[in-house]
Design a protein around this ligand. Sequence first.
Ligand SMILES: [Zn+2]
Length: 285
Amino acid sequence: MTSLRRVTTALLAKSGLARLARAVLVRRGRFVLTLHGVARRRYAEIPVEAQPSFCRDELSQLLTWLGGRFRFLRPEEFFAGEGPGVLLTFDDGFASHAEVALPLLREHGAPAVFFVTTRHVEDPRDWLPATRRTAAAEPGTEIAHDLYDGMSRAQLREAAADPLVTVGSHTLHHPFLTRLDDAELVRELSSSKGYLEEATGATVDLFAYPTGDYDRRVAEAVRAAGYRAAFAEDPRGVGLPSYEIPRVGLYSAESPYLSVKLSGLHRRPVCHGFSRKARRASSEM
Ligand SMILES: [Zn+2]
């Protein structure tokens, strides 16, 4: 965070304005929250920028903070328009989602969607090589495993079997989807879906765009590949609301940051449902 944003955040949080805004703006709305890896702990020997934004204690702090203010929603509740609440999503398929996040989700009774990049499951070391270099954490070390490795197939299966977890696709290779030709795009969308369905034995019909990169062609391809919904970061307004659901990325568990980020000032909450019936009702309003 820049220092100006830090000061603004602190002021908004301290003045109680963020809490007031949440009460007024969020009301029946919902937020979809994006998280990435969750390390077991902070590593003093590794540059901060090469570590995930959250470690175990910080995720625990976040879940406690959220639990005191929001209902944790299951995907079905989110799509039906129930709220106010939050839907948690974890991107990229890190081993830490199974090893560190899942036990905490169980403790807090918080459902989540794990958006898995399947290459990360097939080759746990082939991930974030530049960040690895910054950290100088060699593949195979305990630190590299904690910070970068993907979950194994067994972990993926075990996570999917937990009633709290829904597995969604985050492609095969985490590409910028708008840069792919049609054939590559279909492969990223369909093969990852097939892989995850085969590995988990469950239907996989939720999708998250890697780095939030999509356009109308990509969103239509996601729909054609059999997904019922897709999650973006900032919606680009391509006319397919179920395929550009906004998410709020969280990068700190500090209370002033959360208070402002989820006040409704930073990003308006989602206030309508996504089932056919709910969509009709909201368009008639
Ligand atoms: Zn990602």
